[in-house]
Design a protein around this ligand. Structure first.
Ligand code: BG6
Length: 466
């Protein structure tokens, strides 16, 4: 019973949400750098280049670029065994299509990983976390353009080669199966254009296979995983039509994991492509790459569950991470309307493990909530502790009672960072508070919240004391 002794407790970040220093040491601009503020219920939008006078939350973010030593010391104090970060592609290849990398960008991550090594924190790197270099976006258009494969291959091989031995775990594309829901953001295709969508998805899957194969070739010790968006999804009713709707949705969501885990497109997926009149530009070499470049483990994000159905009734809708659905009357929601469902996490773990029987890693989970600093300078975030306790408890049940193999858990945003959907700083996930508001004001000072001490104890007891 209980988690393995080497269970990887930790936290997860993405570059543009924490680093800042958007134009320092030769970094180029990425699509994340031209996203302005959104708000509760309003997603961030991109501007045409950087517009003078416009506020862009990721330009400074929490300035992890200059504070990383202080922040890693706090992670160490929390007891982290693993830290997940992503690489800002445009720090390494500022435009994206150059031949030579930017040494200063490479040096930054090397220093960061060496510091992790000194602190005995294993590093997990996501190669792509929603940061296409802006020049590529403007010049080459959508990811349906196959030239992206060449540019990504160069970037990925540079990174994997340089940090070989320093990085234990690689993830390829963050939430790769979220593509259909983020048309403008990750891949720059026109909503509804299925040809572009699936070609872009295929191109990204080929990129994943190239990176996975290369990492396996040059470092026998490292492990490579896929990274999925996995909201557990319930049918609205017991009506067969609702159940079929959910089944179809799940099949579409797993097309990406099937390719990364099994190494081929399933018959069902091929039928979807045929029905949508999509004709993939896929070469024999790419087919072979997909077959060889399969992953060692499955990682996924989980924040909320969803409900889908076929009813034409006007039903109350619920927000959620990327995907929206029908409101579930049995669940509470976060301040951002995401439906809180720890049992849904246990179901997600079971569904994925039943299907693939590969080790699972929860690389994102947490509660985005507003925090208040009291007069005594404390942050009493019991709501966050309650959320995490219930979700870690559900993960424990999946291990203890369902026999699911879970290798680790990295809480999302262990230190407050810029929100991905809305750009808000006030949507906080951290155990560590950062003094900064939605307008960009604040000292950037770090403060431990009540949840800091709680999570420290969870890690110390290997999940026994929740
Ligand atoms: C995931 C992303 O989809 O959700 C993260 O991988 C993101 O980058 C997280 O931060 C939570 O979403 P948000 O909008 O609350 O920041």
């Amino acid at each position: 019973m209980g988690f393995k002794d080497n269970f990887l407790w930790g936290g997860a970040l993405s570059a543009y949400q924490c680093e800042g220093a958007y134009n320092i040491d030769g970094k180029g601009i990425s699509i994340a750098d031209v996203k302005k503020m959104g708000s509760l219920g309003k997603m961030r939008e991109m501007t045409d280049g950087i517009v003078e006078g416009q506020y862009y939350p990721s330009h400074e973010a929490i300035d992890f670029y200059h504070h990383y030593k202080e922040d890693l010391a706090l992670f160490k104090e929390l007891g982290f065994r693993c830290l997940r970060v992503s690489i800002a592609w445009s720090r390494i290849y500022p435009l994206g299509d150059e031949r030579e990398p930017n040494e200063k960008g490479l040096q930054f991550y090397e220093d960061l990983f060496l510091e992790c090594k000194r602190l005995e924190i294993d590093v997990m790197v996501t190669l792509f976390h929603a940061e296409t270099p802006y020049h590529l976006y403007k010049t080459y258009g959508s990811w349906a353009n196959k030239q992206y494969i060449t540019f990504f291959e160069r970037f990925a091989k540079t990174i994997i080669q340089r940090y070989k031995g320093l990085v234990r775990y690689w993830l390829t594309f963050n939430e790769i199966n979220g593509l259909p829901y983020l048309p403008g953001q990750s891949i720059n295709y026109k909503k509804g254009n299925k040809q572009d969508l699936y070609q872009a998805a295929h191109n990204q899957l080929v990129c994943c296979a190239i990176a996975t194969k290369y990492a396996h070739e040059i470092d026998k010790e490292c492990k490579v995983g896929c990274m999925l968006l996995y909201p557990t999804t319930y049918p609205f009713s017991s009506k067969p039509e609702d159940n079929l709707e959910v089944l179809k949705f799940k099949q579409e969501l797993s097309f990406y994991s099937d390719a990364q885990i099994r190494g081929y497109y399933t018959p069902n997926m091929l039928k979807i492509l045929e029905n949508e009149n999509v004709s993939l530009d896929i070469t024999d070499k790419e087919r072979e790459l997909l077959q060889i470049g399969t992953v060692d483990f499955i990682s996924f994000s989980y924040y909320n569950s969803n409900v889908l159905g076929t009813t034409k009734e006007q039903l109350e809708q619920a927000n959620g991470n990327i995907i929206r659905g029908i409101k579930n009357p049995y669940l509470q929601s976060s301040e951002w309307g995401w439906q809180i469902d720890p049992i849904g996490l246990r179901i997600a773990l079971n569904e994925l493990y039943d299907k693939y029987q590969l080790p699972l890693f929860i690389v994102e989970n947490g509660l985005g909530a507003k925090d208040t600093v009291t007069k005594k300078d404390e942050i009493i975030d019991d709501y966050r502790i309650d959320y995490l306790r219930a979700h870690i408890g559900a993960m424990k049940e999946a291990v203890d009672y369902d026999g699911v193999d879970v290798m680790g858990y990295t809480a999302w945003g262990p230190i407050d960072i810029v929100g991905a959907g809305t750009g808000q700083m006030s949507k906080r996930y951290g155990f560590i508070y950062v003094d900064k508001d939605d307008q960009g004001n604040g000292t950037l000072q770090r403060k431990k919240k009540k949840s800091f001490y709680w999570y420290q104890q969870v890690i110390k007891t290997n999940g026994e004391e929740l």
